[in-house]
Design a protein around this ligand. Structure first.
Ligand code: FES
Length: 102
């Protein structure tokens, strides 16, 4: 499990955290926190360096967009969904864990 402080997560500003050795992109949108794989499913770009618009994050390298709620690849060139992670926000603590163990 990875944890961060709620106050670190500003609306629309992604943060990269490590869950074990997996980089995860954590982001708050409309007050809710989402966590998806940080590595773009198209190649090796870090999505937390991309732009966020509503519930979508855009890869800075070739422009693929993903839905943060589902991980779905919504714009080419990516076609493979990102893995999503379980998020629990409790007071000032946000916990990220893999869905398999959640
Ligand atoms: S690496 Fe993300 S779209 Fe190509």
């Amino acid at each position: 499990m990875a944890q961060l402080s709620s106050s670190q997560l500003l609306e629309g500003k992604p943060i990269k955290v490590l869950l074990g050795n997996i980089p995860v992109c954590v982001i708050r949108v409309e007050g809710k926190v989402f966590a998806v794989e940080d590595t773009c499913s198209h190649s090796e770009a870090s999505l937390s360096e991309g732009d966020v618009a509503g519930f979508k994050i855009e890869c800075w390298l070739h422009g693929a967009e993903f839905d943060l709620r589902t991980g779905e690849a919504v714009t080419p060139p990516a076609s493979i969904a990102l893995k999503t992670f379980a998020v629990v926000e409790d007071g000032d603590v946000v916990s990220i864990s893999s869905r398999e163990t959640a």
